[in-house]
Design a protein around this ligand. Sequence first.
Ligand code: 13P
Length: 248
Amino acid sequence: MTRRALIAGNWKMNMLRAEGEALAAALASGLKPGMAADLLVCPPATLLAPVSAVLAGSAVALGAQDCHMRDSGAHTGDIAAVMLKDLGAAYVIVGHSERRADHGEDDATVKAKAGAALAAGLTPIICVGETEAQRDSGEAEKIVGGQILGSVPDGASQSGIVIAYEPVWAIGTGRTPTVDDIAAMHAHMRHVAGRMLDGAGALRLLYGGSVKPGNAAEILALEDVDGALVGGASLKAEDFLAIAAAVA
Ligand code: 13P
């Protein structure tokens, strides 16, 4: 089963309009034909419309960083998945550890958001990952497996979702697990997800947490790693394109 790699940039709460438009334009023009990876950018909600306009006609896909679990209603400040779809988004990140921590999102919330994304015709990128204390106590696989079981919506298909493994302690720290640890976790994730999805040969599993041009090749070469979810290094076109070019 060949899975096409996905290199996704999570801009988090960064970029004003001019910078975001310039970054999107640089990615659209820097994308080489025949590249082995799909490219995706997930700007903050304020930039979805202008970045969507810049990316129109390019092969760079657009995604959001979060969505609400309902389609409409009295939810001040929230954004529905159908609204993201309406702006040209194809993907939405759900359950990022920063949302789990900052907004108290649990697996049930993440599952409902992922379900709303699917219903709206978006591909949810469902994030999972252990804390440092959980890894140190030998619980990493149990935690991540439990998050997958709790966060993947009923009725999801292997090719309709993406799951991203982002160890909390590796995000923005410059630290990463060893390649052996990433390989073992991704194999475990494919096994767990495969029980829910009736196989997982077509499921894309991303690694995220301090992915840089310098470490991308060895991580992306791993059998069960089908791409990367990139934070800091996605804010520079040169670095993000270098990561994408590291896909063999
Ligand atoms: P960094 O690449 O900055 O470590 O962020 C990873 C991340 O959280 C992507 O969602």
